[in-house]
Write a protein that binds this ligand. Structure first.
Ligand code: PLP
Length: 392
């Protein structure tokens, strides 16, 4: 059998990881030269930078003026945990999960917070739960874009404007790539290393006036560690939402986030970012449509992510293998692409079905995505030849 021919063109940037994601085009360490290093984050220079990061976040994400935006410890996980532990327990909660991050929040609420009145809406990878069954008179926790299954909610139409409960939305792989409908969201969280390709460290917590109202009128029965506390003496700690972080942030990461936000502005803000992610994901979707050996893990087109695109290998000879064999095949494809220095970190998430996960967020160039596609074919055919040889 002749060896599949290697494509002529390689992606100029081979970083397709789903987090930390590729740095913005043109990024170099020089972008951080203005960082307030070795200075107090509480000095004017530090506070100004933190406030600038908050203000630019509001501007680019189009966050309503009456929503609070805070920079908090421990990345997106920290921001979500802060919200769950500070807000839940006042009423029953509906927990939605369709992949591992959402499932993690279910575990937290059921096994750690041990709330009595919890309803779970859990479905497998590729699906979205029946959103019509969710009761918004209760609190609702969900992930906007399931990073490990590539399934997103298409929009926030399933959330009523006049709900009694709070909606708590983990938006880490959706923010800056998908239209978050803030009027329908009471808590939105994300971290910096996803769509903007920032440095991992801090989380962003966005609170609606209704979420703030809950904080002021409800005190959970359990103790809250200092890094989760958003109120003091019955009042909101407003400083958190003006750049006075609870504990010490990395000013290097803050500088990098500001750089990423300024780049986001330069490509047209939210609309520009969404268009870039859509274009990148479109390249993959067209490729999948034209190749019978590969399919989207998301079963419905309107739920397909434009950031973490998850793909399964559906070639009949591969599907004839057992689950371990299929996983080994997919890993082989990923390893070939890595060995060729064509694409890094595009394997499935450790708990997800085997296949590929390719990041399509705004920091990726569509030309690089185009260049990657023929290499997927090459890696698949090369791996398939190995399979045929083993069978012979
Ligand atoms: C949907 C979702 N939630 C939470 C996390 C955890 O984020 P972090 O590492 O910023 O805490 C991730 C990370 O990939 C994610 O994709």
């Amino acid at each position: 059998m002749t060896k599949p021919a290697k494509p002529d063109v390689r992606p100029a940037n081979t970083h397709f990881s789903s987090g930390p994601c590729a740095k913005r085009p043109g990024w170099t360490l020089d972008a951080l030269s203005d960082a307030a290093l070795g200075r107090s984050h509480r000095a004017k220079i530090g506070k100004t930078k933190l406030k600038q990061a908050i203000d630019l976040t509001r501007e680019i994400l189009e966050v309503p003026a009456d929503y609070r935006i805070g920079i908090v410890p421990a990345s997106d996980t920290g921001a979500v945990e802060m919200a769950l532990w500070s807000l839940l327990g006042a009423r029953g909660v509906d927990m939605l999960a369709w992949e591992s991050f959402g499932a993690g929040w279910v575990t937290d609420v059921v096994k750690q917070l041990r709330l009595a009145d919890v309803r779970k809406f859990e479905v497998g990878y590729g699906e979205l739960p029946d959103l019509a069954k969710v009761d918004f008179d209760r609190d609702v926790v969900f992930t906007w874009n399931g990073t490990t299954s590539g399934v997103r909610v298409p929009n926030a139409d399933f959330i009523p404007a006049d709900r009694k409960g709070l909606t708590i939305c983990d938006a880490t792989s959706a923010a800056f790539a998908q239209d978050l409908d803030f009027a329908k969201l009471d808590v939105v969280t994300f971290s910096w290393q996803k769509v903007l390709g920032g440095e991992g460290a801090h989380g962003v917590l966005i609170l609606s006036p209704r979420a703030v109202e809950r904080l002021l009128t409800y005190a959970p029965a359990w103790p809250l560690p200092k890094i989760f506390r958003l109120t003091s003496g019955g009042k909101l700690i407003e400083g958190i939402f003006a750049g006075e972080t609870i504990n010490t942030p990395s000013m290097l990461c803050v500088e990098d986030y500001i750089d990423a936000l300024l780049w986001a502005k330069s490509v047209g803000g939210l609309k520009g970012l969404i268009a870039r992610a859509d274009a990148n994901a479109g390249v993959i979707h067209r490729f999948v449509g034209a190749n019978a050996w590969i399919a989207n893990l998301a079963t419905k087109a309107e739920t397909r992510s434009n950031t973490s695109v998850c793909l399964k290998i559906v070639d009949k000879d591969v599907l004839a293998l057992d689950a371990d064999g299929q996983a080994a095949f997919a890993k082989g494809v990923v390893a070939l692409l890595e060995r060729e220095s064509v694409a890094y970190d595009i394997g499935h998430y450790r708990d997800a079905p085997s296949g590929l996960r390719i990041w399509a967020g705004a920091t990726i160039e569509a030309s690089d995505m185009e260049a990657l596609m023929p290499w997927l074919t090459w890696a698949f055919e090369t791996q398939k030849a190995t399979l045929s040889q083993a069978a012979a």
